[in-house]
Design a protein around this ligand. Structure first.
Ligand SMILES: [Zn+2]
Length: 338
C-alpha cells in the first residue's frame, strides 16, 4: 500500500490558530498563565451539534486558543509549525488562512500583523521545502467597512508565491451577517487578482450557497459540501469550476454529519466536483491534512488512483504558478507509478 504522506498535495483550507499543535498551545498558555479549557488539550476531537449553541462552543474554544497567541514570536512559531507539519504530510503548497485583526493589538496594528505572517510564510517555505501562501479572511461578525479595509490591505500583498496573499476569505458562523454586505470587499480583492474563497455550504444548505455564489463569485468554496443536497446547484458549481474545500473531520466535529461515512465525499467526486481536502482546524478537530486522505481511503474506499486524483484536484484548485502545479502534478504521477 502506497504511503499517503508521500503523495504530493495542496492544502487550501487551514486556519491560523486552528493549525496550532496541542503541545505548542500548552507552552503558550503556560507562558502567559492562561488556564485553558480541557477540551482544547485533551486530544479528543470536538463534537458539537450543528446549532448556534454548538457553534458558540466551538468559537469560545477557538477564541481561548487565540488568546494565547500574543506576540510576533508566537505568530512566527505558529506559521513555522504549520508549514513543518504540512510538509511532513506531503503538502507542497499550503494556503494558510488568517484574520489578522485578532493579532493586531499585540504587534502594533493590522499591517504589521499581515507582514509578520507573510514574512514567516516566506522563510518557512524555504526551511521546510513547500510553498506557504496566505489567504486573508474577514469575519461575518465584522462590519462590512472593516472587511473592505482588510481587502485593500490584502490587495497590497497580492501574488502567487510563498509569502504572498493569494485569496480573500469570509469565515465565522454562516448564519450570521448578511452575505451581500461583503460583496464590495470581495470586489476589491478580485480587482487585485486575489481568489475569492469564502466559507459556505457547511452549516447552511443550498439556498445559502446560492447566495454566496451570487454575491461573492467564489473561485473556491470553504466546504460547500451541502451543495450535494441540490443537484442543479452542484451541477452549476461543477460547470463554472468552483472548487470545494472539503474538510471531512470538521463536518463531523461540527455536527453537520454524524459519522465519517456520512460525509458525501464520494458523491461530490462522482458528480464531477473539484475537491481539495483540508483540515480546517486540526487543533479542535483532532486531525491534520493526511488524516483526511486516510479517511478517504479507509472510510470512503478511495483507491490509490482515486486518491491521486483528489491530490491533483487540490493542486489544480490552488493559486500556485503553473510551474509549481506541474512539478507537484508530476510528483503525483510518480507516486502512482511506484
Ligand atoms: Zn474553515
Amino acid at each position: 500500500m502506497r504511503d499517503l504522506a508521500d503523495l504530493p498535495k495542496a492544502h487550501l483550507h487551514l486556519h491560523f490558530t486552528g493549525s496550532l499543535r496541542v503541545s505548542s498551545l500548552r507552552d503558550l498558555s503556560a507562558a502567559y498563565g492562561v488556564r485553558l479549557p480541557s477540551a482544547l488539550t485533551d486530544g479528543v476531537a470536538l463534537r458539537v451539534p450543528a446549532t448556534e449553541r454548538g457553534w458558540f462552543r466551538f468559537q469560545r474554544l477557538y477564541d481561548a486558543a487565540r488568546h494565547c497567541v500574543r506576540s510576533e514570536a508566537d505568530m512566527r512559531r505558529l506559521v513555522d509549525e504549520a508549514a513543518a507539519d504540512d510538509a511532513a504530510e506531503g503538502s507542497g503548497r499550503l494556503e494558510l488562512q488568517v484574520d489578522p485583526t485578532s493579532y493586531a493589538p499585540f504587534v502594533g496594528g493590522i499591517t504589521p500583523a499581515v507582514e509578520i505572517v507573510l514574512d514567516e510564510a516566506r522563510a518557512a517555505s524555504a526551511r521546510h521545502g513547500l510553498e506557504v501562501a496566505v489567504v486573508v479572511a474577514t469575519s461575518r461578525m465584522k462590519h462590512p467597512l472593516d472587511a473592505r479595509t482588510l481587502a485593500r490591505l490584502a490587495a497590497r500583498y497580492a501574488g502567487e508565491g510563498p509569502g504572498e496573499v493569494v485569496g480573500f476569505g469570509l469565515s465565522n458562523d454562516e448564519r450570521r451577517g448578511d452575505t451581500g454586505d461583503f460583496a464590495r470587499a470581495f470586489a476589491i480583492a478580485r480587482r487585485a487578482g486575489l481568489a475569492s474563497v469564502p466559507h459556505g455550504g457547511e452549516l447552511l444548505g443550498p439556498a445559502h450557497v446560492r447566495e454566496v455564489v451570487g454575491a461573492l463569485a467564489p473561485d473556491r468554496l470553504g466546504h460547500g459540501v451541502r451543495s450535494i443536497e441540490d443537484p442543479a446547484l452542484l451541477g452549476s458549481l461543477v460547470e463554472s469550476g468552483v472548487a470545494l474545500e472539503v474538510c471531512p473531520a470538521s463536518n463531523v466535529s461540527l455536527g453537520v454529519y454524524e459519522h465519517d461515512e456520512d460525509v458525501p465525499l464520494r458523491q461530490l467526486v462522482d458528480a464531477g466536483a473539484q475537491v481539495a481536502l483540508g483540515a480546517d482546524d486540526p487543533l479542535l478537530f483532532g486531525s491534520r491534512l493526511l488524516d483526511q486522505y486516510e479517511t478517504a481511503r479507509t472510510v470512503h474506499g478511495f483507491s490509490d488512483p482515486e486518491l491521486a486524483e483528489l491530490a491533483r484536484s487540490s493542486i489544480r484548485a490552488s493559486r500556485a504558478t503553473e510551474g509549481t502545479k506541474k512539478r507537484l502534478l508530476d510528483g503525483v504521477d510518480d507516486w502512482l507509478t511506484t
